[in-house]
Design a protein. Sequence first.
Length: 387
Amino acid sequence: MNGILGKTGGGFDRVAPWQAAAIAGLVAWLVTTFFYAPPLWMPLSGGGSTPARIDDFNALCADPLTRDLGEPILAYRITTPALAWLLGLRGFSGVILQYLAIPLSLGLIFQALTARTSRRDALLLTVGIACSYTMIWTNTKPGFPDAVTHLAAAVLLLSRKAWLIVAMTILGTLNDERFVLAIPFLILWHARTESLAAILRSSWKEVAAFAVGLGIVVLVRNALKHGIIGPGIPDPEVYEAISGVLSLESLAPLNGWKSYLVNVLTSYRALWLVMPFAVFALKGRMARVLFGVGLSGVLFASGSVADVSRSIGFAFPALVLAAAGLPAASARATRILGGAVALCLLTPAFHVAPGSFLWGLEIQVERPLILSIVRAKTGWDILDLAR
C-alpha cells in the first residue's frame, strides 16, 4: 500500500488542503464500507420482543425525550436524536447523521495529521482508523451514532479555541459519555510537551474549557434524570455493573478476561503496532508518562462494559498522536504504518462475546459489502456455514 501511495502521491499532494481532506475522508469511508459493510438485510425495525438498538434510536429521533426504551441509558445520549428531530429526520432517517459523520470525522483526522506528517502517511492512518473499531462499529451498526462523538473529537484536533472545546465537549459527551476517553490525548496533541511545567503552561486553558464543558454535561444529565428536562430517567441497571468494575469490587472485566483481552487486541487491530511511536511524538518524559497513564485508563475503563473494542475506539486521538511520531522515529518507520494498514485490510475484522463457539467465546465477524448484499438479496449468509 505504501508503494501505491508513493506512485500516486504527487497529484494528491497538489490538491488544495480542503479537497485533500474531503478525498481522504471519502476514500477511507468507502474502504471501510467495502470491507465492513452495514447490515443491508436489516429491516428498519429490529423486531423481536425486546426492542433492538435501532428501535430505540428511531424512537428517540421521533421524540428525543421519550422514555419508552429497551435500553434506558440511551435517554441520556440525546445529541444525535435531538439534531435529527430539529432537522426533521424523524425515525430511521436519523441514521443519515450517523453516516455523514463518518467521512467528516475521517477527513478532519487527515487534515490534523497533515500538519505533522506527509499526506501519504496521513492518508494511511486515516484509512487505518477507518479499518479499526473506531469506525467499524458505527459503520456496521445503524442506531449507534458513535461517529458524531468522533466528529466532535476530530474537530478539536484542529482547534484549541476555548469556546469550541466547551461546545464539542457538550455535544460529544451528550452523544456518548465515552468522549471523555479522548480528552487526555486531545490535550497532549496541542500541548508543549518538553516538561510538566510546559504542559501545564500551554494547556491550562484547554483543561479549564474541558472542565466547563463537562460541568455543563453533568448539569444537563441531572436535569434529564430528575425530570427538569423531560419526564425523568430511572438509573439504568447497566450503571450498577459498570460501577462495580470501576470501584475494583472485582478485578475481572465485565465479560471475563478472555473476551476482554481479545477485544482489546481487535479494537485497533494491527494499528497497535504504531502506538509505541507516540514516544517520538512527545518530547518530554512526563508527557510520555501521561500518555501511558491515559492509555492505561482507557484500557481499564473499557473493562467495565461489554463493548470493549467499541469503547477503546473512542480514544482514537491516541493513534493520531502515535502516527505524528513516525517522521521523528526514522524514515523507515512509516513502513510499519503501511504494513499495519495492509494487515487490517487483509485480515477479517471481528469482536467477541461470551459464548460456546470457541474457547467459551462467540466470534462476531464483520461482513464485507458483497456478503451483505448477498444476504439482503437471497437471505443466505455464509457465516451460517461456520455456525
